[in-house]
Ligand binder design. Structure first.
Ligand code: ZN
Ligand code: ZN
Length: 370
């Protein structure tokens, strides 16, 4: 049983603890992945703070890129030495949602996310003292060595860097997919994006890629304006001193935007995004809220104004098919990645990395290994 350092959450509200853990040898249909890069994403922060309760101890981290170290019996899609993306919603390929082309809603992936266990209901991580540690979303990328179901990895066939691959694995696919798959933004459309974090910035760049003519970015942190404009935003609204709904209407001849997106995960900006959507327009929620959050929506706007309000998970994309396609978008020059990455950290700096994320200092940052 290999031993490797990991960042463990023992209790929500407390810092992560870096310590060596034992990782079980891969069972049937399982792979051991040596992580090379892992994304510092807000979704993990929700669990750290207790906004999304999970049983502890647990190893968080759901984005990244790594190299297969070992495979269990019956694994056919990857072999040791292959570079892989972890997929934070495994899909079984057989359930109704998988058959409908909506793998993010797969029953298997959903169960793993909420139990923190592998498909057999057990864990493959233990402290050196023998205490079981839960998995997160089946991938736990904050462990230098992670055990994942084969269904949770996709082989990286291109020579894209580990850092770029890790960025694509969550924020980019979610943001782009929110635009292309969930909202289906048309060329010439007006778009407003609430929140310029990892997902929001990729909604901005996705809107640019599909030919939106007005892309209005909204955030409370002034320094996000440069990031957003760098990726295609035509306007920036600082919502700490400006009413974003009024400002968006003013920029759209009083109509509101054709498509609005919420990429923060708070009720108020969801309400504002819905109010700032024009008649017949679509409001897409891509930010993860506290599990008990409720937003107040003027229901009559759904019918009198025929507005659509919808959510998106994983950008409503199919990671197994769409991750390689997104690499091609980067290779042909359409998709910016360097502009997203503000800095990298080592695993033992992970608490500082999250403090920096909370202060709004970074567009995206990654934990990297040699
Ligand atoms: Zn399924
Ligand atoms: Zn993420």
């Amino acid at each position: 049983m290999p031993i490797a350092p990991a960042a463990i959450l023992y209790e929500s509200g407390k810092p992560l603890v870096i310590e060596d853990i034992r990782v079980s040898d891969p069972g049937p249909a399982e792979v051991i992945v040596r992580m090379k890069a892992a994304g510092v994403c807000h979704s993990d922060l929700h669990v750290m703070k207790g906004d999304l309760p999970m049983p502890c101890p647990i190893i968080l981290g759901h984005e990244g890129a790594g190299v297969v170290e070992a495979v269990g019996a019956g694994v056919t899609s990857v072999q040791p030495g292959d570079r892989v993306w972890p997929i934070w919603r495994s899909s079984c390929g057989r359930c109704e949602y998988c058959q409908l082309g909506r793998p993010a809603l797969c029953e298997l992936g959903t169960a793993m996310r909420f139990t923190g266990l592998m498909p057999d209901g057990k864990t493959r991580f233990h402290t050196l003292g023998g205490t079981p540690i839960r998995h997160y979303a089946g991938v736990s990328t904050f462990s230098s060595l992670s055990c994942m179901p084969e269904s949770a990895v996709v082989r990286i066939e291109s020579d894209i860097s580990n850092e770029h691959a890790a960025l694509i694995s969550c924020g980019v696919i979610t943001g782009l997919g929110a635009v292309t798959h969930a909202a289906q933004v048309r060329p010439g459309a007006t778009v407003a994006v609430f929140g310029c974090g990892g997902v929001g910035l990729n909604i901005v760049q996705g809107a640019r890629m599909v030919g939106a003519v007005k892309i209005i970015a909204v955030d409370t942190v002034a320094s996000k304006e440069a990031h957003a404009k760098n990726l295609g935003a035509t306007h920036f609204i600082n919502s700490t001193d400006t009413d974003p709904v009024a400002a968006i209407k003013e920029l759209t001849h009083g109509l509101g935007a054709d498509f609005t997106f919420e990429a923060i995960g708070l009720p108020e900006p969801i309400e504002q995004a819905f109010d700032a959507t024009r008649k017949g327009g679509t409001c897409v929620v891509a930010g993860i809220c506290r599990s008990d959050a409720r937003a107040r929506i003027n229901v009559n706007q759904l019918l009198y104004a025929e507005k659509t309000l919808k959510g998106t998970l994983y950008g409503s994309m199919r990671p197994r098919i769409d991750l390689p396609r997104i690499v091609h978008l980067h290779q042909c020059g359409s998709l910016a990645l360097d502009e997203l990455l503000t800095r990298t950290w080592r695993l033992n700096e992970i608490n500082e990395a999250y403090a920096s994320l909370e202060r709004g200092e970074v567009a995206r940052s990654l934990i990297v290994w040699d």
